[in-house]
Each structure stands twice: as structure tokens, then as C-alpha cells.
Write a protein that binds this ligand. Structure first.
Ligand SMILES: CC(=O)N[C@H]1[C@@H](OP(=O)(O)O)O[C@H](CO)[C@@H](O)[C@@H]1O
Length: 456
């Protein structure tokens, strides 16, 4: 055995994890060094700490109070104009970039491949990535300046994502203006806190959550790139929202006007059990309580007007000021533990596929950065204009519901632009984001072309 092995064995043993080397003697030379490389990346002390502290409840209902939000529907036409003007100014000056967290696979939707490559079934067959790219392209063209796009993948889908963009010629983007980087990973632990092996020569690793995004940006050079470009606002969003208004100028304008380090968009929850986190104050500071953690009594609590007291749903649409990211990229935010079913290799070397949860996965959540600022801008928007999540194969938040939401919005835009209702009654017309970002620009000429090309 070599000295590298000895050193790592000692390190692992100090934390009761030496079983990961159980099959080492029987491994090939390549497998041996692969396993040792993996071990070198592990922080055994951190894993120990994580396991032994996760049982303490992360939050209780004490300390939580409702939060105030600006309602975009309450803005006058003049205010909207002003905010949009400010936002466009920021875009024109190159002060805005977009960041999509896209580490997930489409497996829950029955799609083999990165979730962003999933097509929700619009006539055009455009993928989620393509819809986003075209919205960004539309804004970039009008701003006279490309909006840099940061794409966080996972080790599982990185190559496929990059290849997909290459094959699509980056949807018209200059490859230099898209920055791919991978999210961090860490091992899953069994009920005794032992690291699980996914093969005799491999430690099972799972993504460490969207809350690690700034750390990953820093490690990958994406943060330096952001600074080099003098970006001031980073528009953060989830890959799975088919109606995402990427880099929305109005939102940027509102955020820049108030100039708190973070701004976020919310919607009124559709029903109390909806699987969205809730925006609130915790100990007087901005926070999100994730849906799995919301205590029942808070979930159903209503105010004197019958509205949910905690009804501000988190859309995963945030703006972060770059100086905030820089300052806090290395700050430790807590891990959330989840009990999951994880396939593993047992001590005899057999593959085990458990029938019930056997392991803990650990994730950081992006919104745990919120309490680091005393105040943030919260903007309530219209759900039917901005939120069409694709999470499940069927029923709620599925491709079918998302597609309906997208088509209904297009229909409203067309009606507002003067299309005859009878024309749209039983048919869907798709509006390319290259033509309209948020319903603008649908002149009679454009309408005519749209109707002609899609009806004939
Ligand atoms: C950790 C995290 O970011 N959770 C977010 C995120 O949920 P997921 O179920 O992880 O997609 O997106 C939701 C909106 O789609 C938001 O309500 C929730 O709080």
C-alpha cells in the first residue's frame, strides 16, 4: 500500500468511514486511484458535523411573521414606465446577467436528459432552454448588448447540456457569452452516518443544492467572469418555469430603484398546500420557509380578510447584487437533510436497492442567503403571466398544465392586440419569444403574419 492510501485511510478512520476502502485491495490500478481521488475531495469533518447536527429542527414556527411585498398590479402606468426605463438602462449598460440552475434531469417527466432540454409540447417543439434563450436574445437585441448567461449544470448532465447547446448553435448566442459550470456534490450518508458507495471503486455523490451556487461560481471562475464584465445584478432562476421572464427589465428596474442587495418575485399561493416555499420574516429578517418545512398551523392561517397569512409563494426568481455575492460566496449557509432511497453497495459488495428511505442527502437552499440582508425587495407578480412550473409528469405542475398556461397567455396577448376572439376560440397560436417578450410589439402586421403562418 502506498503512502497516499495510508494517509487517506487514517483520515477516513478518524471519522468511522474507513469502510469506503473495503474493496480497495481487489481493485484495478485505475480504480484505486479513482477512489483515492474521490476521497481526497471529501471533507470528513464536515460530513461528521452534518450528520450529528441535522436532527435539531432547522426551524420552528416561533419567530416567524408575515412579510410585506410590493404588488406590481398596484403600480400606475407611469410607475411601470419608470421602472422599466431604469431596468432597460441597466441592460443597455451591461449590468445584468442571467443565471439558471439546471442541474436536474428530466427523469421525473419521463425524459432522459437534462431538464432544460425538455420540450413541453408547444407546436414549435421548443425546449425550456430554447424558450429562455430566445427571451434573452430578444432583450439583448433590443438593449444592443448581450446578456451574459451562466448555466449551472451537475456532474450528471454537464456534458449533455454543453453538447445540446453546441448542437443548437447556442440559439444565436456567442459561445463566449454563455458560461457553463457544475454544481458541487457530496456523499449521501446511511442511517449510521456512513458514506455510501455506489460501486466498489466509487463513493455515491449527490448535488449539494442550489444554495451552493455562489461557491460553485467562485470555484469555476464564473464569479470572476461576472466581475470582469462589471455585471451588477444577477438574475437567478429555475430551469423548470416555462413562463420565466428571464432578466425582466421591469423587475431589474424595481430592484435597482430600491437597491437592496436582493430582490425576489413572488405570487399569491394558489392553495395552502401548494409546493412552493413561503416568503416571510424570521427573527425579523427576510427568509423563505420551504414547503416541506412549513408547519401546518402556518400553512392554513388566514388574516382578517380571509387571505393566507403566509401566502407569498417563492417562485425561485431572484436578483442578487454582485457585491452581495462576492461578499457572501464563501459564507456557510445551513444544509437541509432529506431522507431518501439511495441504491448502494453493501459490505459484501452486493448492490442493494432499498424499498424505503435508507439515506440522508444534504442540500443547501439559495434562499438561506436572504437572512444575510436586513432588507430585500419583494415584488408580487401575476401568476398567469410568470409561473408555469414543470415538476411532475402528470396532474399538477406538469407539462400539460405549463403548456396550457403558456398558450392562455399568448391568447390574451393576441386578444389585447386586437385579434378576433372567434379566430382563437378553438385553436392555439404560438408566439415566438423572438417576436414578443411580454406581449409587446404585436402590431396588426405581425398579427397577420402570425395568423397566416399558423392557420394555413
Ligand atoms: C430549494 C428551493 O429553491 N426550492 C424552491 C424550488 O422548489 P423545487 O421543488 O426544488 O423545484 O422552486 C419552487 C418554485 O418552483 C420554490 O417555491 C421552492 O421554494
Amino acid at each position: 500500500m502506498d503512502s497516499r492510501y495510508d494517509e487517506l485511510y487514517k483520515r477516513a478512520k478518524a471519522y468511522g468511514q474507513e469502510h469506503v476502502l473495503k474493496f480497495y485491495p481487489s481493485l484495478s490500478k485505475t480504480s484505486k486511484s479513482k477512489l483515492l481521488d474521490q476521497m481526497e475531495q471529501l471533507d470528513f469533518a464536515e460530513l461528521h458535523e452534518l450528520f450529528h447536527h441535522m436532527r435539531q429542527p432547522l426551524l420552528g414556527s416561533y419567530d416567524i411573521s408575515p412579510m410585506e411585498a410590493y404588488d406590481s398590479e398596484d403600480y400606475s402606468a407611469e410607475e411601470r414606465r419608470q421602472f422599466a426605463h431604469t431596468g432597460w438602462d441597466q441592460l443597455r449598460q451591461g449590468k445584468v446577467a442571467a443565471l439558471v440552475v439546471a442541474g436536474g434531469q428530466g427523469s421525473r417527466l419521463g425524459h432522459e436528459g437534462p431538464k432544460g432540454t425538455y420540450n413541453i409540447g408547444l407546436q414549435s417543439g421548443k425546449s425550456l432552454f430554447q424558450l429562455q434563450a430566445e427571451r434573452l436574445y430578444n432583450l439583448s437585441r433590443r438593449a444592443g448588448r448581450t446578456i451574459p448567461w451562466y448555466i449551472m449544470t451537475s456532474p450528471e448532465n454537464h456534458q449533455e447540456t454543453v453538447r445540446y447547446f453546441q448542437a443548437s448553435e447556442y440559439f444565436g448566442y456567442a459561445p463566449d457569452d454563455i458560461f457553463f459550470f457544475q454544481q458541487n456534490v457530496l456523499p449521501a450518508l446511511d442511517s449510521l452516518g456512513r458514506v455510501l458507495l455506489s460501486a466498489k471503486d466509487e463513493i455515491g455523490l449527490t448535488p449539494s443544492g442550489n444554495g451552493d451556487v455562489f461557491a460553485s461560481m467562485k470555484q469555476s471562475g464564473a464569479l470572476d467572469d461576472l466581475k470582469r464584465r462589471r455585471v451588477e445584478w444577477l438574475f437567478y432562476y429555475n430551469v423548470d418555469n416555462a413562463l420565466i421572464r428571464v432578466a425582466d427589465p421591469l423587475f431589474v428596474g424595481v430592484a435597482a430603484h430600491h437597491n437592496h442587495p436582493i430582490a425576489t418575485k413572488v405570487v399569491e399561493k394558489a392553495y395552502p398546500e401548494e409546493k412552493v416555499g413561503i416568503l416571510c420574516l424570521k427573527g425579523g429578517r427576510p427568509a423563505v420557509v420551504e414547503y416541506i418545512d412549513v408547519p401546518k398551523e402556518l400553512m392554513y392561517e388566514t388574516d382578517s380578510s380571509g387571505q393566507l397569512t403566509y401566502g407569498l409563494g417563492n417562485l425561485s426568481i431572484h436578483l442578487f447584487r454582485t457585491d452581495f455575492i462576492e461578499r457572501y460566496a464563501d459564507t456557510h449557509i445551513p444544509y437541509h437533510a432529506a431522507n431518501k432511497t439511495v441504491k448502494y453497495i453493501d459490505d459484501q459488495g452486493h448492490t442493494v436497492q432499498p424499498a424505503s428511505p435508507n439515506a440522508f442527502k444534504f442540500e443547501k437552499f439559495i434562499f438561506d442567503f436572504f437572512p444575510l440582508t436586513e432588507r430585500m425587495t419583494v415584488l408580487k407578480v401575476r401568476r398567469d403571466e410568470e409561473f408555469a412550473p414543470v415538476k411532475n409528469k402528470e396532474c399538477k405542475d406538469s407539462p400539460a398544465t405549463a403548456r396550457r398556461l403558456v398558450q392562455d397567455l399568448y391568447k390574451r396577448w393576441l386578444l389585447e392586440a386586437g385579434a378576433a376572439p372567434s379566430l382563437l376560440e378553438s385553436r392555439d397560436i404560438e408566439i415566438s419569444p423572438l417576436i414578443s417578450y411580454a406581449g409587446e410589439g404585436l402590431t396588426p402586421e405581425v398579427l397577420k403574419v402570425l395568423l397566416d403562418t399558423q392557420f394555413n
